[in-house]
Design a protein around this ligand. Structure first.
Ligand code: ASP
Length: 333
């Protein structure tokens, strides 16, 4: 178990009256059920423990390095993480860890594990069970980076946090859950990724020169110019309407064309589910003709992580564009 922080391990600090992380030994005290597992359970804690709003790519590198270092020592890994950025972290780790043959299961909770109605215990105990689950031939049942939360196991790079209050805080709108837990944990083996048989390849390179432009009615040329044409970015994710549509105003399309000449522009829909189809409407078609690449049914979280990873891998812009069109870790349909 890799404990990074988050609500699951927080307690109210009487001095400030707000939640703060506490150490791992206290989590174990609150979840004696973990002692019933037959296997060996070790823990590694981040120092300092963080609210996941403070997560950054250096911490993804730290998580990936730790998993790589300990890979041969364990059957699976559980990452305890705050919910706010869990989908970003799970997406990033899915790209950084290629050829996984062991589970990496993220989980956390909406209420601290010491709270009477906590969802943390069930999430943690089930995540550990999933991380140690094996097929009849001894191979891992879920050799993927996934999130277990609120009874569902979901492919990490398909998830988004959709609820700030409910115990079902995450959804995977474009892919069925990998498993659902009730009395039994029912695995959806049809969609769980198979292990490639290749050895684990860890890529730590991440280039963060990516920004996100969310289209909205009333968006001004100044705002679009700053984000699309800012010299500090190599790629921009354009969050469009519906099937990938954006304003047809000439000033907007001119800026898109200008930016596409020197940057990678990707079209991801603002809708929670469904896919970008730039051939459906004239405005989408204009984007396609301008050189914008379809993000298909990717979440914004997964696309951001994929771009960080691809740009950080030393690929040329053309190679990055080619890789965006294919599914690397099951992140697009
Ligand atoms: N702010 C917390 C975090 O993301 C929320 C949580 O864990 O649920 O670390």
């Amino acid at each position: 178990m890799i404990y990074t922080g988050g609500t699951i391990g927080m307690k109210t600090d009487p001095l400030v009256g707000a939640l703060r992380p506490f150490d791992f030994a206290q989590i174990l005290d609150e979840v004696p059920e973990l002692g019933k597992f037959a296997g060996t359970l070790d823990s590694y804690s981040f120092d300092p423990l963080i609210d996941s709003s403070d997560i950054d790519p250096a911490m993804w590198q730290k998580m990936a390095s730790l998993i790589a270092e300990k890979y041969d020592d364990y059957d699976g890994f559980v990452v305890l993480h705050g919910t706010d950025t869990m989908s970003y972290s799970a997406s990033a780790l899915s790209f950084m860890l290629d050829g996984l043959s062991k589970p990496v299961i993220f989980t956390g909770s909406q209420l601290p594990v010491g709270a009477p109605r906590t969802d943390g215990k069930e999430n943690l105990v089930s995540a550990v069970e999933i991380a140690s689950a094996r097929c009849a031939d001894g191979s891992a049942r879920v050799p993927e980076v996934a999130i277990y939360f609120g009874s569902y196991l979901m492919r990490g790079n398909r998830t988004m946090k959709v609820n700030a209050e409910s115990f079902e805080a995450f959804r995977s709108p474009n892919l069925e859950p990998l498993a659902e837990s009730g009395i039994n944990i029912r695995y959806n083996d049809r969609i769980i990724r198979k292990c490639s048989g290749e050895p684990l390849k860890v890529s730590l390179g991440l280039d963060t020169r990516v920004s996100i432009l969310k289209i909205h009615p009333g968006i001004t040329p100044q705002v679009v110019r700053n984000i699309l044409l800012g010299p500090e970015t190599r790629a921009v994710i354009i969050e469009t309407y519906g099937a990938g549509n954006a304003p047809s105003a000439s000033w907007f399309m001119d800026m898109v064309r200008e930016a596409a000449a020197s940057k990678i522009l990707v079209n991801v829909t603002q809708c929670a589910s469904g896919t970008v189809d730039m051939d459906l409407y004239a405005t989408g078609k204009q984007m396609k003709e301008a050189g914008v690449i379809s993000g298909r049914d990717s979440t914004t979280e997964a696309m951001l992580a994929k771009l960080f990873h691809l740009l950080g891998s030393g690929l040329s812009d053309d190679e990055v564009k080619a890789a965006l069109a294919v599914s690397l870790r099951g992140e697009i349909s």
